[in-house]
Design a protein around this ligand. Structure first.
Ligand code: NDP
Ligand SMILES: O=C(O)C1=N[C@H](C(=O)O)C[C@H](O)C1
Length: 241
């Protein structure tokens, strides 16, 4: 399978080049800002995008025009990006996720189950730490885990998230899902989901020890997408979880 990378010179782009070779796939080439995207899309069977939210619209347009599937791992997406993805998914297979690793995909299933079964007296807080170069917060994974918790609870995350406590915040709003972000050093990605009740606490933690886990999952998702019809897919579907 010929896999093209959008954001190829970046940290994830480089990890992907290795993962493509390790999986026995063919590297079709890569683009970064200002490169010939249409040419890459034309010569690839599937595109994998780990670049910037600014690139999403052009990437989707190019893939729709050429009828090629795309995996979007880029984070920091806004609502309008999700609408663009939904539109494109009417014509081509698209998988967008804040985390392509097996471990986080499993964690999100566990978080959803815990949130469903624990009562509302269990406060939910999500803490993430990443390397000093990361530009978006909360991480895409933290938001994905927040969505998993909200869906387990049967609530809308947008109406129930607390994303930036500072100063005299007042007491915690019952039912909110709280987010906190730390940045420093070279941390590939740590996520803690904390369920806190009056007398006990459950903490579910995932630590990425290398970016290879994201790259491996993205390659797996890309190969899987080439066998799908148009639609929007999840890592749970790819991994059969
Ligand atoms: N879903 C997941 O599992 C994971 C997601 N990520 C996400 O992937 C993204 C990239 O992360 P990372 O590799 O660390 O970041 P980097 O900054 O190292 O790499 C981003 C690359 O994308 C390029 N780029 C920027 N704008 C465009 C554009 N408009 N078109 C094409 N290429 C562009 C950059 O080029 P230039 O330097 O010239 O701007 C750079 O080479 C982030 O959003 C990150 O959060 C990361 C890890 C896992
Ligand atoms: O920017 C990163 O590095 C990462 N980004 C993703 C996110 O925002 O959750 C995934 C991973 O944690 C690494």
């Amino acid at each position: 399978m010929k896999i093209g990378i959008i954001g190829s010179a970046g940290r994830m782009g480089q990890a992907l080049v290795d993962a493509i070779a390790a999986d026995g796939q063919e590297y079709a080439g890569g683009v970064d800002k200002g490169d010939d995207l249409a040419a890459l899309v034309g010569s690839s069977d599937v595109l994998v995008d780990f670049s910037s939210p600014h690139a999403i619209e052009a990437n989707l347009d190019a893939c729709v025009a050429a009828g090629k599937p795309i995996v979007i791992g880029t984070t920091g997406l806004e609502e309008r990006h999700h609408f663009l993805i939904d539109d494109a998914a009417r014509d081509i297979p698209v998988l967008q996720t804040g985390n392509t690793s097996l471990g986080v995909t499993m964690l999100s299933a566990l978080v959803q189950q815990a949130a469903r079964q624990l009562g509302e007296d269990w406060d939910i807080e999500i803490l993430e730490m990443h390397h000093r170069h990361k530009v978006d917060a909360p991480s895409g994974t933290a938001l994905l885990l927040g969505e998993a918790a909200a869906s387990g609870r049967g609530i809308d995350l947008k109406q129930h998230s607390d994303r930036g406590r500072d100063g005299i915040t007042g007491a915690r709003n019952a039912g909110d899902i709280g987010f906190a972000s730390l940045r420093g050093g070279s941390v590939a990605g740590d996520h803690h989901v904390i369920f806190a009740s009056e007398h006990e606490r459950i903490e579910l933690v995932h630590r990425a020890e290398t970016r290879a886990i994201f790259a491996r999952g993205a390659v797996k998702a890309g190969v899987w997408l080439t066998r799908q019809k148009a639609g929007r897919f999840t890592m749970q579907e790819v991994l059969g979880l």
